[in-house]
Every structure is written in C-alpha cells, then in structure tokens.
Design a protein around this ligand. Structure first.
Ligand code: ADE
Length: 249
C-alpha cells in the first residue's frame, strides 16, 4: 500500500507530517507533497486547499505522479441531519456533488455522461477507518481532547456514522439549504467541499478511497463561527489519532 492522505487545510492534518519517518518535500502544481513513512506505511501527505477542483487535481497528482494506491481524505464537515452532532465522526459510504445540476438535460446531481449521481467509497478502507475511529473514541478521546474543549463543544460521547457525504463549492450556512439537501439526498450525514471530487477521480482512475470527517458545525447560520473554533482547536487531534490507528491496524 502507498497511501495518499489529503486534507483541505493544515489544521485538519496537523501532526501527521511531523510523525513521518524520513519525510521529504516535493513541490508540484503549487502544493507541497510530503513523502515518507507513517507508522510503517508508505505515505504521501498533502494539503489540497478548499473546493472540488483543488481536491480533484490533488488526487490526480497523487495517483499519476506519486503512484499512491489508496487515498484517504481527512477533515471537518457540517452535519447533514439533525441526528448528527458537532464532534461526531462520519465515514463516507458514498459521495455526491450536491451543486451538480445539469437538469433538464440530466437528472439533478448526475455527473453528465457518467450515469452516476453517487460515487462509492471503498468499503474495506471505510471499515478500517470505522474501527480506527471507534478505538480513538474508546481509548484516546478523553486524553486527546482538552477538557475545556470538550466542555465548550459539548463533546460527551461522540458517535460514529457511515453514510452519504455531499460536496459542493459552497460553505453551507443556511438552515433552509441544509434542509433541502437533507430532503433531496436520503441518508445524508455530512456536507463538505471536497470528498465527492476525490471519489469521482478515484472511481475514474480505479483507486480505492475513503473519506473521514469530523462534524464541526450544523451547516446553519452559526456554521462559520463554529467551524472556525472547531478547526482551530479540535480537528487536528481527531485526525492524528484516527490516522495513527488506521495505519497501525
Ligand atoms: N466544512 C465544514 N463545515 C462545512 C459547511 N457547513 N459547509 C461546507 N463545508 C463545510
């Protein structure tokens, strides 16, 4: 396995490059690719920046130039349903581009000429992530997350969900918008801005991928404030511990 690990922002991946053995940096297409070993796994870590195009080009370069065989995206997301809370962990079963709409030529959400609305995530990789996430919650969580942060975000016993992740080039911060997406996309668990682009590229190139997201906000009018606080203080802790467990499994 040669694992490509992508996050949009540095806060979502902090600590991973520092944990690499023998890291060396290669700059390509205005991004820093860190190549090395991560807990005995051959890995390449990179920040894509935000949005579907940024994620798609980063994924393509990881596969075509760096020869990765598997891709893992880790970051934060807005809750896609009322039953999902800030601090919960979400693993993608499949991913959809919620701002894709070429109707009436093609059905809403269908990526034209692929016949697909939903792109699958790799089931075995997702299961491995779920196991890593539950190990994190059971064994690392209390020590990993500062008690003040746990209190501030009301993180008592975060839950893990597997389901549909919707991506679009929009930060969703409007209750009516998230309600519409929830109604239009059964099984929706989270909204973010990159995962479905990664999944489409991986599908087209035949590379298995997994997407792990920690819920930072409720995609409502408070989303921007909640997102900024969460990403600054908590997101990297989740990512570090879960990716470590994923690699060591
Ligand atoms: N990432 C984290 N929160 C998000 C939101 N509300 N919308 C889009 N992407 C996000």
């Amino acid at each position: 396995m040669r694992l490509g690990i992508i996050s949009a922002l540095s806060e979502e991946q902090q600590g991973l490059v520092e944990a690499m053995q023998g890291p060396h940096k290669l700059i390509h297409g205005q991004r820093d690719y860190w190549v090395g070993r991560l807990w005995e796994i051959d890995a390449v870590c990179v920040l894509s920046r935000i949005g579907k195009v940024a994620a798609a080009v980063t994924t393509t370069v990881l596969v075509e130039k760096f020869g990765v065989t598997h891709i893992l995206f880790t970051g934060v997301a807005g809750a896609g349903a009322r039953t999902i809370a800030v601090g919960d962990i979400v693993v993608a079963e499949s991913l959809v581009q919620h701002d894709m709409d070429a109707s009436p030529l093609f059905p809403r959400f269908e990526v034209p000429l692929t016949g697909l609305t939903h792109f699958p995530a790799d089931h075995a990789l997702g299961t491995r992530l779920l196991e890593a996430a539950s190990g994190f919650l059971d064994e690392d969580f209390v020590d990993a997350i500062d008690p003040r942060e746990r209190a501030a975000f009301n993180l008592t016993r975060p839950r893990i969900h597997r389901g549909l992740i919707a991506s679009g080039d929009q930060f969703v911060d409007d209750r009516a918008h998230i309600n519409d997406l929830n109604a239009a996309l059964p099984g929706l668990v989270a909204v973010e801005m990159e995962g479905a682009a990664v999944a489409q590229v991986c599908h087209e190139l035949g590379v298995p991928c997994a997407v792990l997201r920690t819920i930072s906000d409720n995609a409502n009018e408070d989303a921007a404030t909640d997102f900024l606080r969460f990403v600054k203080s908590v997101a990297a802790r989740y990512a570090f511990y879960i990716v470590r467990r994923f690699c060591l499994q």
